[in-house]
Design a protein around this ligand. Structure first.
Ligand code: SAM
Length: 529
């Protein structure tokens, strides 16, 4: 059959339209490519059968330069490279805004990376063309720096995703009541107050003495603001009416981190790590002295994300140190950092300090951060009126897991849920509707590299049938046995000590075969010890 007979007139017209559209897209792409090449002063690299070819990576980089700072990231530098050498290498590219920065490996003292900042975009574009060129005998890599360090003065804290937080809470021009459950240095509070209407109100909570001092200052400056010295899990005791939105920016603030209170392995100080240092609570050192090898290993894994083998070795190293000095009386941050790094074994070219996760785990443990977050989510949602929003900024995976778990167990059934057929006899209650989680924009990351791991979770309080209630009802009707999904380590470690399951021993008949095996193995090991 001839082609003209195979297709109907309508199909032929559709095909012609598609071809035309494809041609138009191709032309548009070529036009864009030409414009970019001109803008980036990138010459065609070669010709190929009459078609000009371009170095795709250069074009990509030309597209992504964005605004200032015009900073290049250097890799594979010679191990003894100096700032002077780098300055000379980029001499023809354009003037530098400041002296190049050279980063060295902590343990070996060798140069590993560097940054060079140009005064103008053209300087950076020219520098990118030196990618792969030889410096001191090594082919170095030159790419656009994606983060440029945190632009903040010492003692201040740059709030992450501040504008998004204000929007999701619905604080713009609102005269409602809001809560900042983690005041810190008031970065988010100030943004919320800027956006609030004249009779809006904001309650701040924190447990840190310096944060409370900063909050008192803000109280004097803005009558719409009140600071409370209390953990956010206790907010209901301090609030009157229902509120419109709550923010929890969990974790640690920059001034706490940099302030010599034992939070950082790089800064010498006592192994304290309490947010509320005035409280008669346990310090990280006392925690290390008190807990067993096994408990410490579990905490390092669950709260710091250490690999199990590393967690065990660090816990063993602490136990050996305790065997020599049971009260660890001479332990300081640098000694603990050394002990943890040595136990893990040194690896070259590590970006972060090898003891960072150990310190993080100890901080989470002594401040009961995950248990606080669980209780805080409950309190914040309870404090909200209908349609009120709870925004949570998390900084690490285990915190994310706590928030996602809370949202999943409190979410309402959607209209098309298959479980709704089991809704008879299930009464409505408050629950949550979860928004899509958000990440910082590239523009924000260029200004504030510390925001790189932030995730903004949002849920809104609503009324309806909770999915978990329907699941329970369906399970009863269908006579389903409960699921035996092993509880993730981070949840279990939190629950065992402080959470909902605190003090409750898991019944043997509720164990999975794997759990039974693990329990027996642990028992055997204990006996041997
Ligand atoms: C990441 S900072 C918040 C920074 C703040 N958003 C800002 O822009 O300045 C976390 C703060 O929460 C505080 N914090 C930690 N756990 C808390 C809790 N359970 N209750 C109240 N505040 C807490 C810490 O002391 C710290 O000041």
């Amino acid at each position: 059959m001839a082609d003209s007979q195979k297709y109907t007139a309508e199909e032929k017209a559709r095909h012609a339209a598609r071809v035309k559209e494809r041609e138009a897209r191709k032309k548009e792409r070529q036009k864009q490519k030409k414009a970019l090449t001109k803008q980036a002063s990138i010459a065609p690299q070669a010709t190929n059968g009459g078609h000009k070819t371009y170095d795709a990576s250069l074009l990509k980089r030309a597209r992504n330069v964005g605004g200032p700072p015009y900073e290049a990231f250097l890799k594979y530098l010679p191990h003894d490279c100096t700032e002077q050498q780098v300055t000379q290498f980029f001499a023809g590219c354009g003037s530098l805004e400041k002296a190049p920065r050279i980063l060295k490996d902590r343990a070996t003292g060798r140069v590993i990376r560097g940054f060079v900042t140009f005064a103008e975009e053209q300087g950076l574009q020219n520098a990118l063309q030196k990618d792969g060129h030889k410096l001191g005998g090594r082919n170095i890599s030159v790419t656009i720096a994606t983060t440029h360090g945190t632009c903040q003065q010492e003692g201040t804290h740059t709030p992450a995703m501040a504008s998004e937080v204000v929007d999701v809470l619905g604080a713009r021009h609102s005269n409602g009541v809001f809560v900042d459950g983690t005041f810190g240095r008031g970065g988010h509070s100030r943004e919320i107050l800027k956006a609030l209407g004249p009779s809006g109100r904001l309650h701040g909570f924190d447990v840190d003495e310096d944060a409370i001092r900063a909050g008192k200052q803000l109280e004097k400056q803005d009558s719409r603001f009140t600071i409370h010295r209390a953990p956010f899990s206790q907010m209901l005791k301090h609030l009157g009416d229902k509120v419109q939105g709550v923010l929890l920016d969990v974790g640690i603030s920059s001034p706490q981190l940099d302030g010599g209170r034992g939070f950082r392995p790089e800064v010498e100080g006592p192994v304290d790590m309490r947010f509320d240092a005035s409280e008669q609570s346990e310090t990280a050192l006392q925690y290390l002295v008190r807990v067993s090898r096994q408990e410490l290993a579990a905490a390092l894994e669950a709260f710091g994300g250490e690999r199990p083998a590393h967690a065990r070795r660090i816990a063993d190293a602490v136990a050996l140190a305790k065997a020599e000095d049971p009260s660890l009386s001479s332990m300081t941050t640098s000694k603990l950092a050394q002990l943890a790094s040595a136990a893990k074994g040194h690896r070259e070219y590590q970006q972060m300090h090898p003891a960072k996760m150990t310190f993080q785990a100890l901080r989470v443990a002594v401040n009961r951060e995950f248990a606080e977050l669980r209780d805080g989510l409950e309190a914040a949602t309870e404090a909200c009126g209908l349609n009120g929003a709870v925004a949570v900024l998390t900084w690490k995976h285990a915190e994310c897991a706590v928030v996602v778990d809370f949202q999943a167990t409190h979410s309402l059934a959607e209209k098309d849920s298959m479980l709704l057929k089991y809704s008879s006899g299930v009464s409505d209650s408050w629950g949550v509707v979860v928004d899509q989680a958000r990440r910082p924009t590239d523009a924000e990351l260029r200004r504030n590299s510390r925001a790189r791991s932030a995730v903004l979770h949002v849920h809104r309080k609503s009324r309806g049938t909770r999915l978990s209630d329907l699941e329970a009802k369906a399970g009863a009707v269908l006579n389903w046995a409960p699921h035996h999904i092993p509880v993730p380590a981070e949840q279990r470690a939190g629950c065992d000590r402080w959470g909902a399951g605190a003090g409750k021993k898991k019944k043997k008949r509720d164990e999975t075969p794997e759990e039974r095996k693990a329990r027996k193995k642990a028992k055997k090991a204990r006996r041997k010890e």
